[in-house]
Design a protein around this ligand. Sequence first.
Ligand code: GLN
Length: 484
Amino acid sequence: MLNASLQELASALADRRISSVELTRSVLDRIAAANPRTNAFVHVDGDGALAAAAAADARIAAGEAGPLTGIPLAHKDVFCTEGMPTTCASKMLANFVSPYDAHVVAQLKKAGTVLVGKTNMDEFAMGSSNENSHFGAARNPWDTSRVPGGSSGGSAAAVADGLIPIATGTDTGGSVRQPASFCGVTGIKPTYGVVSRYGMIAYASSLDQGGVLGRSAADCAPVLSAMAGFDPRDSTSLERPAEDFGRDLGKSIEGLKIGLPREYFGEGMDADVRAAVEAALDTYRSLGAVTVDIELPNSRLAIPAYYVIAPAEASSNLSRFDGVRYGHRAAEYADLAEMYCRSRAQGFGSEVKRRILIGTYVLSHGYYDAYYLQAQKLRRLIADDFRRAFGQCDVIAGPTAPTTAYALGAKCDDPVQMYLGDIYTVAINLAGLPALSLPAGFGDGGLPVGLQLIGDYFAEARLLNAAHRFQQATDWHLARPAGE
Ligand code: GLN
């Protein structure tokens, strides 16, 4: 059952070959046995999960089941979950129990999924390796001396290692796609505004978007359909009719025009990543797709623009953590100002502090025009590049990350090196486009390589089908780490 697709699980539940309680028990057993290896979960709620599973079984028995009823899932610990810890992997929120559910959490509960627990992440979703976690790094199940990627590293590791069939993530600059790539799973980040940010703890509000990680595109589609949709509580939520993102699955991709940006295939990509990506493109050609060369001339400006805009928004968003209403409060202080200072100094980790400092600096009087405003202009240029490119192709393909998973600790002392690993992912968030990463093969040392597919606005269904067709023709997504 741990390797079954969501569709297989749903039909086993519908035919009563297994109950949701049995399925949930097997997930809980698997987590108990294997989580120490990867530290993918930071919180597991066995009793709550079994109660939700029993309720799902009742729904199934009453003939009221949907495609996700009774399916166990995990949420990245950035989503507020009522009555359950919501920590953002920060000491600041280590004891915070949310009084309400995020929209995504509520939607997936409504669909009958069984919430098993919360997954590890970089503190406040800031990072690319999951090493910035108050609860310790998550590890890559393919090689536990390596990072799973980040910031949704716990979700990616948990899915890859068969701890859970499906998990949510968030993607501000690649945090769904890059860990999916490092762990050999499929992860999609939709168009900005498709998934409500209500109850999703804010990092950089104009870039943050909820997404999903699963073994295959076919597994991700129904989960994305359930979690998306208009929500008046998020002012950037898009008023669009509900969509079935799986509606195109199985359609032919004969004649699909895949754009290959010259800038993504130049210097910078490791040879083993390049080999896997090129082979994946050959597979697409054999499926009838055609590749066309395109240009995204401002690609190299994406990292500098992102690493000004994201910290600027973060510095503002994180001002709410002041020790007054919730979160960590210093035990000793002389006055109010010292209470703020000490609470924040103690509650935040060093990467979060670095970003608050950078963000405050680029927004400050005298520097705003030189940094923040310039970055906003670059953001426009980057979005215009994509707009032009989609005049020439249907989807854009390239690597998700320039390397495979690196060793724990390898980039901790050099934040800029870490930031540069986001070269292929951050531009997509600056433009607000949908994109996914799918397993495309293995590089040196048997480590997974991800192929990134980028779509025009609202092309989620097309992207998922393009990934699905590839997954019907290959079995990279079915490979599982050996375990120990
Ligand atoms: N790695 C990027 C960062 O550190 C992206 C993180 C994310 O998408 N949440 O900001």
